[in-house]
Design a protein. Sequence first.
Length: 244
Amino acid sequence: MARLQGKIAIITGAAQGMGEAHARRFIAEGAKVILTDVKEEKGAALVNELGENAIFLKHNVASAEDWATVVAKAEDTFGPVNVLVNNAGITMAKSILQITEEEYRRIVDINQISVFLGMKSVIPSMQKVGGGSIVNISSINGLVGGAIGYTDTKFAVRGMTKAAAMECTHYGIRVNSVHPGVIATPMVVQEDTKAAVEEFAKHIPLKRVAQPEEVTNLVLYLASDESSYSTGAEFIVDGGITAI
């Protein structure tokens, strides 16, 4: 039996990279998936490929109104949601002296506020079916230091996950965070960062960056009933870098 048979999942930032990998695997494992992103053309093309068990919605993850629309559309199309993957996020490599207030607020909106809004919007849908699983994508920079703004928000995702997990046990909802290291996504391997990433990979104990599908394997486990006793926890997929 498929590992996500009967599951209805929302995945944000699903038009490319890790989100796309999650969506492809979820469909293959029997889920019905609502893919959301701001990249409308890529998202629509992916859904066309994935077939009738997938729909795409253009979605500003920092908008409560957009979240309400996404959940309503999910319920109208497939039924109440029982899996949420808060995957959307951006990065920025500026120092505290370089980053502007506007830039800082933008990264907080997309990386942090979106996770709060996603959980707040989806929990009532999950309550209708007696439970569910929320997977918040943080980063190893939610465990160790990194760039200002990005690190702050990823630590916040880790904290929100624990707070929500404690509250949501009463609803049969599990909440966990995933902490990827360096993953070969478009955001990471673009031309202006490719050389730096390749150099950094030499210092990873496994001596390589990960493929998105390697993170998907962990997200799939948390979305499925196989992880029924896991909540409020951090799951790390980083090639050993945080063990150094």
